[in-house]
Design a protein around this ligand. Structure first.
Ligand code: ZN
Length: 149
């Protein structure tokens, strides 16, 4: 499995990022996208599509994309994951102040803000609505799964 397999997928993610970053008016935060040709976990059972490491004190963040999971998603679902991760970037400064047992509340708040943002551009808030991957993104047929992010 070479990196070329994911070239269209990476292009789509970069295109969506270029659309969303000005829209979100990220306050001077540099967001890098790192692409991994592997699953999030070692036994390939985790469907995590992306996760974010926000180094808010340095005004930077890295969104890690796990391409074997991401390639299964339709463009609209990828967009939802992207916006979700950008909300994590914006909420980075408060993350460390939330006790571990309340991380689910932060996740819910992140998802709620994500859906509100998507709604402003007319995307349905009930995403993911399409379970069929975009053929241009998937190099081979696969069973789409909802990825957590
Ligand atoms: Zn999240």
């Amino acid at each position: 499995m070479g990196s070329d397999r994911y070239k269209p997928l990476k292009r789509t993610i970069r295109t969506l990022a270029a659309e969303w970053e000005p829209r979100l008016d990220l306050p001077g935060i540099l967001v890098a996208h790192r692409f991994h040709n592997k699953w999030f976990d070692d036994d390939n059972s985790d469907t995590t599509v992306a996760n974010t490491v926000a180094r808010w004190e340095y005004r930077e963040a890295v969104i890690h994309w796990y391409l074997p999971s991401a390639v299964r998603l339709a463009r609209s679902d990828l967009e939802m994951v992207l916006v979700h991760e950008y909300v994590h970037v914006l909420l980075g400064p408060i993350r460390e102040s939330i006790p571990g047992e309340h991380m689910d509340r932060l996740e819910l708040a992140t998802e709620s803000v994500c859906r509100a943002l998507l709604k402003t551009i007319g995307l349905p808030p009930g995403l993911p609505s399409k379970r069929v991957p975009n053929k241009s993104l998937a190099a081979e047929s696969s069973t789409p799964r909802r990825g957590k992010a």
